[in-house]
Design a protein around this ligand. Sequence first.
Ligand SMILES: Cc1cc2nc3c(=O)[nH]c(=O)nc-3n(C[C@H](O)[C@H](O)[C@H](O)COP(=O)(O)OP(=O)(O)OC[C@H]3O[C@@H](n4cnc5c(N)ncnc54)[C@H](O)[C@@H]3O)c2cc1C
Length: 316
Amino acid sequence: MSEAAQSILTGLPEVRGRYKENAPLGAIGWFRCGGTAEVQFKPADIEDLQHFLKDCPEGVPINIFGALSNSIIRDGGLEGVTIRLGREFSAIDIEGDEVTAGALALDANVASVSADAGRGGLEFLSGIPGSIGGALRMNAGCYGTEIKDVLISCQALDKKGALHSFTPEDLGMSYRHIDLSTDYIFINATFRSKKETPEIVLARMADIKKSREDAQPIREKTGGSTFANPSTQDLEKAGLPLDTKVWKIIDSVGGRGLTIGGAMMSEKHCNFMINNGMATAQDLEDLGEEIRARVLEKHGITLRWEIRRIGKKLGE
Ligand SMILES: Cc1cc2nc3c(=O)[nH]c(=O)nc-3n(C[C@H](O)[C@H](O)[C@H](O)COP(=O)(O)OP(=O)(O)OC[C@H]3O[C@@H](n4cnc5c(N)ncnc54)[C@H](O)[C@@H]3O)c2cc1C
């Protein structure tokens, strides 16, 4: 056991769940590269998680991830405790118009369970390969619908383990952003749905699947959209049409296919970054920064990373 992990572990509260030191993290994410978690904690259930948060010593960094489909874990790994929720947090319940899903439920499962039950309105979730917790944090969306449009309320724990309820207004949700502090851990969410025949909902999901397969490198080691679309103010200042998507801007600076080490901007959709098999997290981040530098120089726009980058670089 590494000295650092040992020293953290000895100060952590006794739990019913499991601690694991030097747990693979980047390697199990969508990019399949990057560092480990110094200590991973898998709580047995919500009470165990609350107890951990209440008694965790001040100053120990705490992180949480869902499906790791939107994150680069830097090569030097993540200090402190990384929480990984388990099956206890992935239930999906439908009552009338309301669909409630645990934070670890996969978006795609929420869409398909709802569709099978004849509930429409959540099919956009079938196109997002993350978990409900990640979708809340990112206000994830596609094809004209985002989480804030269907969210009734959600529950989250604060850093001392107290449970809070939030509406979309409380969360200040906007395009791929929420205002809530990253100290909060989402536990579940309740969404609005409408009654429809399963066949109609499933047909819409099939359309989404086809569009994505045609347009995006979804079978690659990727993290989805690398950068958010620029604001209309930024586009106006740059003299670009106000509906310009970020992929067009990336294309205009020679980003399509651009490669650094094992990282490449996809030829198919140039806002998607790909691990060609040999990439380090540093290659991915360097490539993203090269794109940002080129876009800043040519258009005066500072692109906002949509992908979360977290952890220490090697040697830090
Ligand atoms: C092929 C592909 C296509 C994609 N297409 C889309 C798309 O169309 N639209 C879109 O919006 N996104 C898309 N994404 C990005 C990604 O799937 C979404 O952002 C998704 O919501 C991330 O969820 P996750 O569970 O994987 O989050 P992770 O990568 O695990 O984490 C992302 C962030 O959420 C936080 N988080 C995760 N769980 C919790 C929790 N329980 N409580 C608090 N914070 C939490 C993490 O701390 C981190 O900051 C795509 C990704 C891929 C790989």
